[in-house]
Ligand binder design. Sequence first.
Ligand code: FPP
Length: 245
Amino acid sequence: MAPIGKNKARAGEERFAVPRHVAIIMDGNSRWAKKRGLPRTAGHSAGAEAFRKITKYCRDLGMEYLTVYAFSTENWKRSADEVSAIMGLLEKYLYEAIEDMEKEHTRLFLMGDLSRLSPGLQELSKRALKTAETVKGLQVNVCFNYGGRDEILRAAERYEKDYAAGRAGEIEEAGFSQYLYSAGIPDPDLIIRPSGEIRTSNFLLWQSAYSEYYFTDTLWPDFDEKELDKALIAYNKRSRRFGGV
Ligand code: FPP
């Protein structure tokens, strides 16, 4: 049986346990838009709506951590218009988060290299992170300008400096993981990738060592509560051995 959080949920006749930490690669926005003859940016707006809906559902299920991949270190290669539309969605989300975190019982955490964001977005991110400090509830980790390899390299750089200064001991897994963006956050139990792509795309490379994966053809903007139920039910049927027997 898969390790689980303390909460249970029901979908029709099926009862399932809710994992502590679910991570999602929010993929398929552009294909969703193309199918409807809409611009790619409309797909991202629809994707942001799906993200809001799933966040509320995860909170209601009593999940502890939800991590989403919103913008990768490679996504800068997209057109200036598309990048700017995603930045606009981040800005809107940060304003909402500052306003609503307390009453929504969700706390925002950003994971990624935020130094490449505009000064306005960096300032807003700082305000959102400050607001989150006192909020309890579901922790939503938004990976933005995030890359798994980049994260590990940055951690190695910081570790090396601390080691040279005598602030860090010999390298070992638990100690090193405290240099990652995800320091203090348990590894994801389940990673979901919608849209039919079956690859990890540089997402949580270190943290996913023993995560279960769930793939579905549903495009992210169509991913709803029922889709999440299906993923969680599938997860409940997995047997996790973490390399043991
Ligand atoms: C991948 O779809 C999605 C992205 C690159 C952006 C994801 C962004 C959001 C869901 C909304 C933003 C939310 C916040 C909080 C900023 P794709 O364009 O690669 O789609 P495709 O696989 O169909 O080409």
